[in-house]
Design a protein around this ligand. Structure first.
Ligand code: PLP
Length: 403
């Protein structure tokens, strides 16, 4: 076989469909968030980033950096092994206690990313439980889909955020047959929020475990940043809460929080946890500090929500069409892949604003969008600059305004 021609033809297909990914080289500048240097564009220094998942700017918080610098000097760079062989430091143990407390659960377990956590936990659980059936929201993230797929068990996709459809599917099975209902709290492409209580009602009625991906809620919602389930006082009704350190926490890594037996089961049986080098203490220390800051007070969360509301008000006034799903994520709908890319190019070139276009297959064709992620560090002036730029571009490209 001519391997390279096979790979090239696959890549050519992607380019033809317009879904070939080109990465912008953006260097975040310590202390200047959300400003960054765009190395792909004449090394422009003053670019404002509007699409970062570092939702609260914790990746540059002075106390987080200080904790990491101290730990690097004390423990060195790497972890030294898997958790089983030389890779568990006191910091790892402390972080897992912090995580359990963050979600009001008995125990927690960390993974090298949120993706790995979803993939490892869902595949291990669904494979291990006898005749397990998995019920997955149709908009679940790729990492959950992949974990469920790898378990090779019967799975059903329920309509997005539809507890009735979930009930319908669950009702076809004996109550005693093992089942997992898997869904997210905040869906990041639409910014909408799951009806968690209703989904739990149904799961409880039919004897299913509940698996909640809180990746886009952790740090941002709830009195100590435990996510949407905490804000709605539902933590005790979720069997497994999964999260990431890569978004509002500002670093990298993933985890689950659950009861002690379930966590011990995953710790003991999940290859994605067991056979991989553990997180470097320097990262763990940064995560601990970040979580402690976010647990201590609501100030950042309040500032974040204020800026989100301000952006939504300004977009509304300017009649820029966006979808308000009730969360911090603001998808501005362009509705065409070429135009969406063009809007982003003009934003970057003319206004030094960086937003990545979101196109098919990440979102359905005809709903191509800019996914705006305001942070507490986006000033009202930055919001005005963005909305002013979008208004001018909407006129320049003859885009449809909201009614
Ligand atoms: N779950 C959801 C819903 C996500 O959006 C993402 C990342 O984008 C992940 C899981 C994976 O998390 P991580 O980036 O920590 O691998």
């Amino acid at each position: 076989m001519n391997y390279n021609s096979f790979f090239s033809s696959k890549l050519a297909n992607l380019k033809q469909e317009g879904s070939y990914r080109v990465f912008a080289q953006i260097a975040r500048r310590q202390g200047a968030f959300p400003k960054a240097t765009n190395h792909g564009h004449q090394s422009r220094q003053g670019t404002t980033v509007w699409c970062s998942n570092d939702y609260l700017g914790m990746g540059q918080h002075p106390k987080v950096i200080q904790a990491m610098e101290g730990t690097l000097a004390k423990y060195g760079a790497g972890a030294g092994g898997t958790r089983n062989i030389s890779g568990t430091s006191p910091l790892h143990v402390t972080l897992e206690r912090e995580l359990a407390d963050l979600h009001d659960k008995e125990a927690a377990l960390m993974f090298t990313s949120g993706y790995v956590a979803n993939d490892a936990v869902l595949s291990t659980l669904a494979k291990a439980l006898p005749d397990c059936v998995v019920f997955s929201d149709e908009k679940n993230h790729a990492s959950m889909i992949e974990g469920i797929r790898r378990a090779r068990v019967t799975k059903h996709i329920f309509k997005h955020n539809d507890a009735n459809d979930l009930a319908n599917l669950l009702s076809k099975y004996d109550k005693n047959q093992p089942k997992i209902a898997a869904f997210e709290s905040v869906y990041s492409m639409d910014g909408d929020i799951a009806p968690i209580a209703e989904l739990c009602d149904v799961a409880e009625q039919y004897g299913a475990l509940t698996y909640l991906d809180e990746v886009h809620g952790v740090g941002l919602y709830g009195y100590k940043g435990g996510g949407i389930a905490q804000q709605r006082e539902l933590c005790d009704r979720i069997s497994i809460i999964q999260g990431t350190f890569g978004k509002a926490i500002g670093l990298i890594g993933g985890y689950i929080a659950a009861n002690a037996t379930l966590v011990d089961f995953i710790r003991s049986f999940s290859p994605g946890f067991i056979f991989t080098t553990s997180m470097p203490p320097v990262i763990v220390a940064g995560v601990i500090e970040s979580i402690r800051i976010l647990k201590e007070g609501d100030l950042l969360r309040k500032q974040h929500q204020d800026r989100v509301q301000l952006l939504k008000v300004k977009l509304k006034q300017a009649q820029i069409p966006f979808y308000d799903g009730g969360s911090h994520l603001v998808p501005v709908i362009v509705g065409d892949a070429v135009l969406c890319k063009q809007v982003c190019d003009i934003l970057m070139e003319k206004y030094a604003i960086y937003v990545q276009p979101i196109n098919y297959p990440t979102v359905p064709k005809g709903t191509e969008r800019l996914r705006l992620a305001p942070t507490p560090l986006h000033t009202p002036e930055m919001i005005d600059h963005l909305v002013g730029a979008l208004s001018e571009i909407w006129i320049e490209l003859f885009l449809k305004k909201a009614a």
